[in-house]
Design a protein around this ligand. Structure first.
Ligand SMILES: [Zn+2]
Length: 195
């Protein structure tokens, strides 16, 4: 029985945490260029039951070459939910402009949430007046915190989600999905199934 359990645990680990990565990503992980946060499993940053296309993921070519961040294509007004418990440490919701001009870099509406280990999650490009939380608020994983949009430096309406450790280094995070706990890959749809 013990052996069977061990085998099962091993399969779950290899299929969810490792097999989802490309050879390049595994190389990056081994060489320390990408440090996964295995200590926490995130919730997809949108409403339960909804499903969105991941356009860019870790080190995608378009605009994420040196970033570990995720772009979910979303119609403006889609519900954004906290991926992890934390405290709100920054918000902006007064912008209504967006596009691929440098002047829009500072025009992205956003929410920044600090987690209990000092890491922070950033939710970008929210719509005008699309922030439902205030600085200092405590939020729970899965809580509806805002609405997606297309503000700031952006080529199309989407949510840009990024997690950094307390030194400001990007962290690759795992998520709960229909296929288990995985690192997300671009060009796939992901549906939030957890509460
Ligand atoms: Zn992005």
């Amino acid at each position: 029985m013990k052996a069977i359990l061990f085998f099962f645990a091993f399969c779950v680990f290899t299929s969810s945490a490792v097999a989802q990565l490309t050879d390049q990503e595994i190389y990056d992980l081994k060489s320390g260029r990408v440090k996964p946060d295995n200590s926490y499993i995130y919730s997809l940053p949108f409403a339960k039951g909804s499903k969105f296309l991941l356009i860019q993921a870790y080190n995608s070519k378009m605009s994420h070459t040196k970033e570990l961040s995720l772009d979910f294509k979303m119609n403006p007004g889609s519900k954004i939910c906290a991926a992890r418990d934390g405290v709100v440490i920054g918000t902006k919701e007064d912008s209504k402009v967006g596009g691929l001009k440098d002047e829009y870099l500072s025009q992205g509406n956003h929410i920044i949430i600090r987690h209990n280990d000092g890491s922070t999650a950033m939710y970008w490009h929210l719509q005008k007046d699309g922030v439902l939380v205030n600085d200092g608020d405590t939020v729970k994983q899965g809580q509806h915190i805002g609405y997606s949009g297309n503000t700031g430096y952006t080529a199309f309406p989407h949510l840009h989600f990024q997690v950094q450790d307390k030194k400001g280094n990007d962290i690759a995070t795992r998520f709960i999905t229909r296929k288990g706990v995985i690192y997300l890959r671009p060009s796939n749809y992901y549906k939030r199934v957890n509460e």
